[in-house]
Design a binder for this molecule. Structure first.
Ligand SMILES: [Zn+2]
Length: 205
């Protein structure tokens, strides 16, 4: 197991799954354990929205750890100090394609890289650069949430608001976890169509 890897062997761990499955919490837990083992840790998170640019990662259960804000995968590469032994990266799906190359390079120079992120988008389609990370990783953890409809284990992120953008930032009001059976990938398109119809009706009045 990862916890017993010693020395600069280089290693990639990916924690993936839907929203509300505890990915950030698990990332923070592993980083804390590395800190307890007196390893030098650096944590990175993408700046998605300037309003929420606090320099820390906060899980849904209010666990927190300080983090560097970055805008691109390259900024992670530039920000990692030579002495750093463990690199934590949250929200991997928000980065550009370069993220897989950056993670690979860091592991190749002997760092333990722990990455968390969504594996599927709101349509249930894979985030391509996260699937690349999964293939490159030594260890993969798939976290499941609880389906808000039926209570079964949930692997999908259900978007509840109308939008066809791949990335829409929002918490519990915009998304919920769903199982395969309860997942409705077309829901946000249906919502869009309803909005359009509403607008058309208003315009026609
Ligand atoms: Zn369900």
């Amino acid at each position: 197991m990862t916890a017993f890897v010693r020395g600069p062997v280089g290693w990639v761990e990916v924690i993936c799954g839907p929203m509300f499955s505890g990915k950030s919490e698990e990332l923070i837990r592993r980083l804390r354990r590395a800190q307890i083992a007196r390893q030098r840790v650096q944590v990175f998170k993408p700046v998605i929205d300037d309003r929420y640019s606090d320099e820390e990662i906060v899980s849904h259960s209010a666990q927190r750890i300080p983090a560097h804000n970055v805008r691109t995968a390259r900024e992670i590469m530039e920000g990692v100090e030579p002495r750093t032994q463990v690199v934590g990266i949250d929200e991997a799906h928000f980065y550009d394609d370069e993220i897989a190359t950056v993670v690979e390079s860091l592991a190749n120079v002997g760092k333990r890289v722990i990455v968390a992120g969504l594996d599927l988008d709101y349509l249930g389609q894979p985030f391509e650069h996260v699937t690349r990370l999964l293939a490159q990783a030594e260890e993969i953890t798939k976290s499941l949430a609880i389906c808000m409809r039926c209570g079964n284990p949930a692997s999908r992120t259900q978007r509840l608001v109308a939008s066809e953008e791949r990335i829409v930032v929002g918490g519990a009001r915009a998304y919920e976890a769903r199982c395969r059976q309860c997942f409705e990938p077309r829901l946000s398109q249906v919502e869009l169509a309803l909005e359009d119809r509403g607008r058309a009706r208003k315009a026609g009045q």
